[in-house]
Ligand binder design. Structure first.
Ligand code: PMP
Length: 437
């Protein structure tokens, strides 16, 4: 289906983008999307790709969902494209729907535009709560090594990508990172590791306001052991620390449960979500305990596009489709096929695929230099490049060292397309391993 080299005209678009957009916008592969439909994206030149990126985990219900498009059109045609202070019908309707799919006591919903804003807001809410129960000193925030919560100042500090923090001049001393207990890169995945790291930081539990954690760590996906999370939940309750699960990536069915924290059987105090909430337009939310959510007076937390009516209409249509068609169930069923396929690829190349992880329709193959535990970016990169030439699309390698081929198709994917993609991926691994040795 795909031409192996980018079309000359698409190269012109890429050159224009390179001229006018900063280096930080540069990714791979060099294609220019023209249209999209469900699990496929197309360029103008007759090429079609099976999208295994979900547009960076956004299009949970697929690209260009007809119901979402119609909802957007209807809202736009009403003329009410922007609204902020006065709730229009869609906003409370959406909040009610989100509350209905969230566990007790998480029943208040605050709408924002991006995941970064949501995590930033959760940090502020945690601190406000900490101060109210423990005084001015209770403002510490704990995030995890290799975590990601967005690119605003505090969200970036709470995230554990050390390379991305070099420009932060005045690091907030009350935001610390502790090891993420993934069981592969970190030797120790016991809760003692958490307690030791907190002790080492010099902060006492009485000085800690919040813990923020991705329900699965996006760089993997990596999951913490259930026992660890149970102990973390108990520790947070004991010390009146607000526990936030960042579900920006993992929410809305991705892992085969509506919220990924359901795998652990615990309930956080706050949830942050975004991306798959609308499968399209920029919308995010913080969902939480009313006593924590209601701490700020009217008008003091909103931003101009909070709960924009067009975004709300899109999200309503999107979540209804997700629920009506049980796409979370499809993610769970297809997830077993996906994981088995990835493990079969690893079995063929055990020396260079160190770790395979996944749940539902997100999985990662983590590459290593032959026979070691050293991450291998070049191999992951080459595999992705070869896939792109064969009509299977990923975003650039992820992971703290760019070593992971991450798979996250729309949750609508049927088994046949999943198996086709796995066959292409297996072939790409064979070729890349033969090439790179
Ligand atoms: N948290 C997580 C877990 C994410 O994956 C992301 C985005 N990749 C964010 C927060 C930030 O979301 P946004 O890019 O919408 O600001």
């Amino acid at each position: 289906i795909c031409t192996p080299v980018p079309h000359p005209e698409s190269i012109q678009h890429i050159e224009r983008s390179r001229k006018y957009e900063p280096l930080s916008m540069r990714g791979m592969p060099p294609i220019v999307w023209d249209r999209a439909e469900d699990i496929f994206v197309f360029d103008k030149y007759g090429n079609r790709w099976l999208d295994w990126s979900s547009g960076v985990l956004v299009t949970n219900c697929g690209h260009g969902v007809p119901e979402v498009r119609q909802a957007i059109i209807d809202q736009v045609n009403s003329g009410l494209i922007h609204n902020y202070v006065f709730p229009s019908e869609e906003r409370p309707e959406l909040c009610e729907l989100i509350a209905s799919v969230s566990p007790d006591p998480l029943k208040k919903v605050f709408l924002l535009s991006t995941g970064s804003e949501a995590t930033e807001c959760a940090i502020k809410l945690s601190r406000a709560h900490g101060i109210s129960v423990g005084g001015r000193e209770k403002i510490g925030i704990i995030g995890f090594d290799r975590g990601y919560h967005g690119r605003t100042l505090a969200s970036q500090q709470a995230g554990g990508m050390s390379g991305q923090k070099t420009w932060i001049v005045n690091m907030d001393p009350a935001i610390i990172n502790v090891p993420f207990p993934d069981g592969y890169w970190e030797g120790d995945s016991s809760f003692d590791g958490f307690l030791q790291a907190v002790e080492k930081s010099g902060m006492k539990p009485s000085q800690i306001a919040g813990v923020i954690m991705e329900s699965y760590q996006g760089v993997g996906p990596d999951f913490a052991p259930v026992e660890y999370i149970e102990k973390l939940r108990a520790w947070c309750t004991e010390h009146e620390v607000v526990l936030t699960f960042d579900e920006v990536q993992s929410g809305f069915g991705r892992t085969g449960k509506f919220w990924a924290f359901e795998h652990y059987g615990v309930v956080p105090d706050l949830i942050c979500c975004g991306k798959g909430i609308s499968s399209s337009l920029p919308l995010a939310a913080v969902i939480g305990r009313p006593d924590i959510m209601d701490q700020f007076p009217p008008g003091s937390m909103t931003s101009t596009h909070s709960g924009n009516p067009v975004c709300c209409a899109a999200a309503l249509a999107n979540i209804r489709k997700l629920l009506d068609e049980d796409l979370t169930g499809n993610a769970a069923r297809m997830g077993t096929v996906l994981l088995a396929g990835c493990l079969a690829i690893q079995a063929k190349h055990p020396e260079v695929i160190g770790n395979v992880t996944g749940a539902g329709l997100v999985a990662g193959l983590q590459t290593v230099k032959r026979g070691t535990k050293q991450p291998d970016h070049d191999l992951a990169h080459r595999v992705i490049e070869l896939c792109y030439q064969k009509g299977l699309l990923f975003f650039a390698p992820v992971g703290a060292w760019g070593q992971t081929v991450k798979i996250c198709p729309p949750l609508t994917i049927p088994q046949e397309a999943l198996e086709e993609g796995l066959a292409v991926l297996a072939e790409a691994f064979d070729e890349a391993v033969a090439e790179l040795g």
